[in-house]
Design a protein around this ligand. Structure first.
Ligand code: FPP
Length: 254
């Protein structure tokens, strides 16, 4: 299988002022609601508006790939009524927003273990992906029932099924085509809202050389200005990919 993009550990990828790929953990919905004496789920509902604003801002700024962590494989541990609300919200977003995404030339993909979703939700996911499959604008990925470790394991399983004659000795670059995000370059910028500073089993493989940005802003309060601040911080980073600062600047010993 051909690799569409460089792997940051085997080649040095091209970088640009505007990140090509932004990955976001949208955290803080529950706390946002609690601060306003509302039920937690109202925070998730308000979070959809931030999703809309960030999609629009990314489109305007020329970001090519936006990946949003909507529901982790560990979020099933939440109270049953909150999980059920999130599933309904996800379905509602697909029903209400997909035609607008299509009009805006957005390509939507859902990654994660879809086997736990009901048939209706899976049908809506398949229809949305099919409808937007030929769109050339922003490549939007929603990670749902996704876990980075699950992804690496399912890719390893698929790779060994494709080459049953080789039990071991697979190269890193052979696994990449089987990962859920094989179609995208590795994220340039990772953002986590809500004050926590961890990766929470998001894109473990792909974040190897991603610039990490954490903000205390709760997801429902995160909008265009906050995204611009994150990108500004990114623009001040020196992306060395293992090299020295002198090598990058072409000074001193290479
Ligand atoms: C984390 O906040 C947020 C989630 C688990 C759900 C995120 C879902 C949305 C923003 C809406 C759906 C979006 C799409 C793209 C379909 P939290 O509940 O952990 O907040 P807390 O840390 O304050 O409790």
């Amino acid at each position: 299988m051909a690799l569409p993009f460089f792997s940051s550990t085997s080649n040095i990828p091209d970088t640009s002022a505007v990140p090509r790929h932004i990955a976001i953990i949208m955290d803080g919905n529950g706390r946002w609601a609690k601060q306003r004496f509302m039920p937690r789920v109202m925070g998730h509902q308000r979070g959809v508006e931030s999703v809309r604003e960030v999609i629009k801002a990314c489109t305007d700024m020329g970001v090519e790939y936006l990946t949003l962590f909507a529901f982790s494989s560990e979020n099933w541990r939440r109270p049953a009524d909150e999980v059920s609300f999130l599933m309904k919200l996800f379905l509602m977003v697909l029903e209400k927003e997909v035609s607008r995404m299509h009009q805006n030339n957005i390509r939507l993909r859902i990654i994660g273990d879809k086997s736990r979703f009901d048939d209706n939700l899976n049908r809506h996911i398949a229809d949305a992906e099919q409808l937007t499959a030929n769109n050339s604008g922003l490549k939007l990925t929603v990670a749902a029932n996704y876990g980075g470790r699950w992804d690496i394991m399912q890719a390893m399983h698929a790779l060994s099924l494709a080459h049953p004659e080789r039990a071991t000795a697979f190269g890193e670059e052979e696994l990449t085509p089987y990962l859920s995000m094989h179609y995208a370059p590795e994220p340039d910028l990772f953002i986590r809202t809500g004050g926590e500073q961890r990766i929470s089993n998001f894109l473990l493989w792909q974040l190897a050389y991603t610039e990490l940005y954490f903000t205390d802003i709760l997801w429902p309060a995160f909008g265009r200005a906050a995204l611009e601040a994150a990108i500004q911080s990114y623009q001040h980073r020196e992306r060395r990919f293992g090299r020295t600062s002198e090598q990058l600047k072409g000074t001193g010993d290479a």
